[in-house]
Design a protein around this ligand. Structure first.
Ligand SMILES: [Zn+2]
Length: 253
């Protein structure tokens, strides 16, 4: 199995020789502008993809399916709508399927609980995109568990550490969990993605699970960067359990 971080939550997962592109944000640096509910006026994304156009085209030609957790612009953007082949299977929660189909995608596959895609079972999981008022503004988010006969990886999606995530980890006991870090914070309330301290908690609660930390240094609301998180996980002694990939970096499991 290989996990290649492209940027933010956009990851290419290769499992059982099936290539899933997760949460495609494919636009150029600054292409979708500023986020609401923040005084931060930096246009997003903050960085470009780590590939040139030709390399990106080659990657996009190689994928078997796209998986979308929710429709915030750092997970599904205009460039993704324009560049992705309209015949590609787009796997997503029911709540966003119609919107995606309305963009002209002809093969939208809704996941209610489980979906079999060749040798891989994809299960929908729940999360919380923050707590309280900001969670209501952020809306519903999901994650996905990918399971084959001998491998299992959990993409928790844009969620803070909550009962849903803990229960999913307890139930499936995945070897790997990919979490959205950065502690993304708006003017209202607490962070809407995981803080380093929450990641430390996951490591301590589930010492056999490797934690891949994404969603870093790409969008303006994220207040923790790779260096900050590295320091905290090292201080807490869980750094060997964690991987913080750079954009473009592939990790083999
Ligand atoms: Zn996000």
């Amino acid at each position: 199995m290989e996990v290649q971080l492209w940027r933010n939550a956009t990851v290419l997962l290769d499992i059982k020789n099936i290539k899933f592109l997760i949460d495609p944000m494919l636009g150029k640096k600054s292409s979708f502008g500023i986020f609401p509910w923040t005084q931060d006026n930096r246009p997003n994304p903050l960085v470009d993809l780590p590939f040139d156009t030709k390399e990106l085209d080659n990657y996009l030609a190689s994928i078997d399916a796209v998986v979308v957790t929710h429709l915030h612009p750092d997970h599904w953007d205009k460039a993704a709508i324009e560049r992705l082949d309209k015949n590609l299977p787009i796997i997503c929660p029911i709540a966003i399927a119609e919107t995606i189909a309305n963009y002209g995608f002809k093969n939208v596959i809704e996941v209610f609980r489980n979906l079999n895609f060749n040798e891989v079972t994809i299960s929908l999981t729940s999360g919380l995109h923050g707590k309280g008022e900001i969670e209501e503004k952020m809306g519903t988010v999901n994650g996905f568990m990918f399971s084959s006969q001998d491998e299992q990886i959990y993409f928790a999606g844009d969620t803070v550490l909550c009962e849903e995530v803990i229960n999913t980890l307890k139930l499936y006991k995945p070897e790997i969990v990919v979490v959205a870090g950065g502690a993304a914070t708006f003017e209202i309330g607490a962070p809407v993605t995981m803080s380093a301290n929450e990641i430390v908690k996951i490591c301590k609660l589930f010492p056999k699970t490797q934690v891949v930390i994404t969603h870093l240094e790409s969008i303006s609301p994220c207040i923790e960067n790779r260096t900050t998180i590295s320091k905290i996980i090292k201080r807490e002694g869980v750094h060997l359990q964690c991987v913080i990939p750079n954009d473009g970096e592939g990790i083999q499991f």
